[in-house]
Design a protein. Structure first.
Length: 119
């Protein structure tokens, strides 16, 4: 059990570091909180909650992975290297793809509900 508790401690430290020391992770976290608030205000269905929560988890997870890749590449390659730049660009593309998916899901769920809520 001590081993498991240590793992959770490390994970929560990583979460704290990500939110407080990485502006990209913090930005995605804030967007996730905004999506949660919108879902609550617009009273989305259980099925819609699953999609919203999945998107939040994917985007934040991919942002953590991207940040880790960027920090690792920066740590390993102290001088400018085209391959290092390509690695970082490809990792950020993964975040872009999952973020676009989340945007599409958000539009499909929130826009119709906003139209009803407003009008």
């Amino acid at each position: 059990m001590k081993w498991l508790a240590g793992r959770f401690r490390c994970s929560f430290q990583g979460l704290k570091d990500g939110i407080f020391k990485d502006c990209s992770i913090r930005f995605q976290f804030v967007l996730g909180l905004m999506a949660l608030a919108a879902g609550w205000i617009l009273r989305i269905t259980k099925e819609e909650w699953l999609w919203v929560l999945l998107c939040i988890a994917l985007v934040i997870s991919f942002e953590f992975i991207n940040s880790c890749i960027e920090k690792t590449v920066d740590y390993i390659s102290l001088e400018h290297n085209p391959q290092a730049g390509q690695i970082k660009d490809m990792a950020s593309t993964a975040v872009l793809i999952v973020s676009l998916f989340a945007l599409i899901v958000a539009c499909l769920i929130f826009i119709p509900r906003l139209m009803i809520w407003i009008g």
